[in-house]
Design a protein around this ligand. Structure first.
Ligand SMILES: [Cu+2]
Length: 443
């Protein structure tokens, strides 16, 4: 049995989910309890170094790294990788997770585009994440990480080239497992295993958090879905499955995934190839992406003028029929039999402000926002799911926002129903493009 230092005398029960949460959230925190350092300044023996000067194995205030282990790790660095990238052991690692994932980065591959880029090409390089044991395509968006709530999850990043991170957005694990590169560390060739608890069921996403603005734009993201802890979960993308609506479980027949993105082809074919993965960063050190003075300041990453608009990796084409910019891919635009229930998971992965506009025949119920289920106890007890007709059938969301929508097709007329997504410039609010998804209902 391990002991949580800030709570000395309290044995750690690995089988108790709440104990796990406390351990993972506080296990590496600086203790501030008077139980540890008394008012006379006498240090609790548990925090005193061992005879050889190394920390007590139970002292979780300090890094598990010693100068010797850092030197040994530096010797294993991938040649050519960034100097700030080390291969680190996972602190507070629990050997047997409930579920494990591995992801490597995809780079150097292009996808076809429906009209010429700013440099005149008919393909654009995008990056992504895939399971190294699986197929490469599709990699954009990255392969979904799907778990069920309460599981202890290991997600291992094995970068193929350069250094990256996986930030599990909205999950809030310990800092070492949060994957925010400039706050902790970047991961190079040796890999790193992030450890976290699957959060309350809902729609989350993961993305690289190195030089974030650029790497996110280049495509380093994927959905992260936590399913309810019910039989057959986690489910496969596209459905069928089950979801929380308030405190109750609702089954759905199909699941549409709307990951809305925009692409400025200049960033993909000029900025990144010419200036590298650190383009726009102020220097080469950790935290440099927040430094405005230094190298590469002429790259203008503050200038983002998207020329392509994408839903779940499908590029909108103004020449498409019968409507311009219509997405007909059935993972995005489902075909339903009347009476079936549709769950739509949305993520704004663009740098624009997006408004979804539903037609009068469809009145979705909004059941969750940013991974939080409206009306679900204990944390969301104060809120309720709401019909979109109360909001003029419109939803507006900004970068990284998620909304989950439930549609009962029992009262939807047969036919093809169009849902518009308006992409508006983040600063001027100019309408840049209207992309249309469709929901087909057969009687
Ligand atoms: Cu990256």
């Amino acid at each position: 049995m391990a002991v949580i230092p800030r709570d000395q005398g309290h044995p750690y029960d690995e089988n108790d989910p709440m104990e796990r949460i406390m351990f993972l959230q506080h296990g590496v925190a600086e203790p501030d309890s008077f139980d540890l350092i008394d008012r006379a300044g006498i240090v609790n023996p548990i925090l005193l170094p061992q005879a050889d000067g190394s920390p007590q194995p139970t002292d979780r205030r300090v890094s598990l790294l010693t100068p010797d282990t850092v030197a040994a790790l530096q010797a294993t660095l991938t040649p050519g990788s960034a100097p700030e990238s080390y291969t680190l052991p996972t602190p507070d690692r629990i050997a047997t997770p409930d579920r494990s994932f591995a992801r490597t980065n995809v780079h150097g591959l292009t996808v076809p585009v429906p009209y010429p880029t700013k440099a005149g090409a008919l393909a654009v390089e995008v990056w992504g994440f895939v399971d190294p044991a699986g197929a490469i395509a599709p990699w954009f968006p990255g392969t979904t990480i799907r778990c069920k709530e309460g599981e202890l999850v290991h997600s291992t990043l094995l970068p193929k080239k350069g250094s990256h991170t996986i930030h599990h957005h909205g999950i809030e694990p310990t800092p070492m497992n949060d994957g925010v590169g400039h706050a902790t560390f970047l991961v190079a060739g040796g890999g790193y295993t992030y450890q976290w608890l699957a959060p309350d069921a809902g729609t989350y996403f993961y993305h690289c958090h190195k030089n974030t603005v650029l790497h996110f734009e280049l495509g380093m993201y994927g959905l992260l879905i936590s399913d309810p802890n019910v039989p057959n979960a986690p489910f496969i993308d596209g459905g069928p499955g089950a979801v929380y609506r308030g405190n109750t479980i609702r089954n759905y027949h199909k699941e549409a995934i709307w990951v809305l993105d925009d692409i400025d082809s200049r960033w993909h074919e000029t900025v990144q190839p010419q200036h590298g993965v650190g383009a726009g960063m102020g220097g080469t050190g950790v935290g440099a992406e927040f430094t405005t003075i230094g190298q590469n300041t002429g790259i203008e990453l503050h200038r983002f003028e998207p020329d392509f608009f994408v839903v779940s990796g499908v590029f909108a084409d103004p020449a498409s029929q019968p409507k311009p910019n219509l997405i007909t891919n059935t993972l995005v635009s489902p075909v339903m039999n009347r009476g079936e229930t549709l769950l739509i998971r949305t993520l704004n992965a663009s740098y624009t402000v997006v408004t979804l506009k539903f037609p009068s025949q469809i009145d979705p119920e909004v059941i969750a926002m940013d991974g939080r289920t409206f009306g679900r106890a204990p944390f969301m007890s104060y809120s309720r799911p709401f019909k979109l007709s109360t909001q003029n059938r419109q939803l507006t969301f900004t970068t990284a926002n998620r909304w989950d929508l439930l549609i009962d097709t029992s009262s939807v007329p047969s036919g093809t129903h169009f849902v518009d997504a308006e992409f508006r410039h983040w600063r001027t609010n100019d309408l840049l493009r209207t992309v249309t998804m469709q929901i087909v209902v057969n009687s």
